[in-house]
Design a protein around this ligand. Sequence first.
Ligand code: DAH
Length: 323
Amino acid sequence: MHNLDEIKLIAIEELKKIKTIEELYEIKSKYLGKEGIITKRLKTLRDLSIEERRILGSKLNEIKELLENEFEMKKEEIEEGGEIKYDITLVGYKREFGNIHPITRVYREIVDIFKSMGFSIEEGPEVESDWYNFTALNIPKYHPARDMQDTFYLENGKLLRTHTSPIQIRTMEKKKPPIRIVAPGRVFRRDEIDSTHSPVFHQLEGLYVDKSVSISDLKGTLESFIYNLFSKDIKIKFRPSYFPFTEPSLEVLIYKNNRWLEILGAGIVHPKVLENCNIDSKVYKGFAFGLGIERIAMIKYNINDIRLFYENDIRFLKQIKGG
Ligand code: DAH
């Protein structure tokens, strides 16, 4: 059995080590609880002589008071934090960095490349008229090309643009050649959603109009763009195609993952389109191209489902950090 002074010192030592309120109450009951060391000693006083009871009693009460004080101080220390506020053994919070959305990233990359080649940026409205979206682009009402670009019609007769090509018309109406622009934007189509289709997606249009613009200018510009966006050694193929607003028209393919992938449409601006904008097609020529930003992003980052871009799943978005 320890003597009282020893008990007091041990209790104070124990108090120093603890960190939580739970531990504090444990120690408090160990010494001052019903069955506590000090309490039990106090109970034995009645068996002692008056003299012994007086001496031992005052000693016990002194220790009891001292410990009560110590407990109170420790309690405050724990509650206020004090030294034990920061437990360096706890796992820290990880600070997450934000990430540019893959569509924004690819869009910026594409725009930067064309800017470096002297193109400026134009924009246009998402709600368009039939004239700008179709008719002026040589797609009259009866034209079967309208089939592939069915859209959403508003009550006022306007429609949601199906491509960024109407920005060509708007730009040629307000600017005189030479014109050298790219026009990014959101476009809409009445397409069923699946892994490669979305009713809302993004495109980028290009247009160059000047006195002597040839298909080799178009070819050189697109090659330079593709080498920049992918890599210098990527294989490129040009293949004839058809668009109502260009003549001749072509498609551009790149060789990636063991197959040829179509990445954009292009051509020499149809004389009718120039005339629709009051540009003399005998004096001026132009080339144009259009690409889908999601499609480019999917090819560039090997993404197999367009829906991933719109679901905001952080596990997907985190993976696309490219340079
Ligand atoms: N507007 C076309 C589409 O949405 C893409 C396109 C093809 C744009 C050829 C052009 C072009 O300017 O020359 O499918």
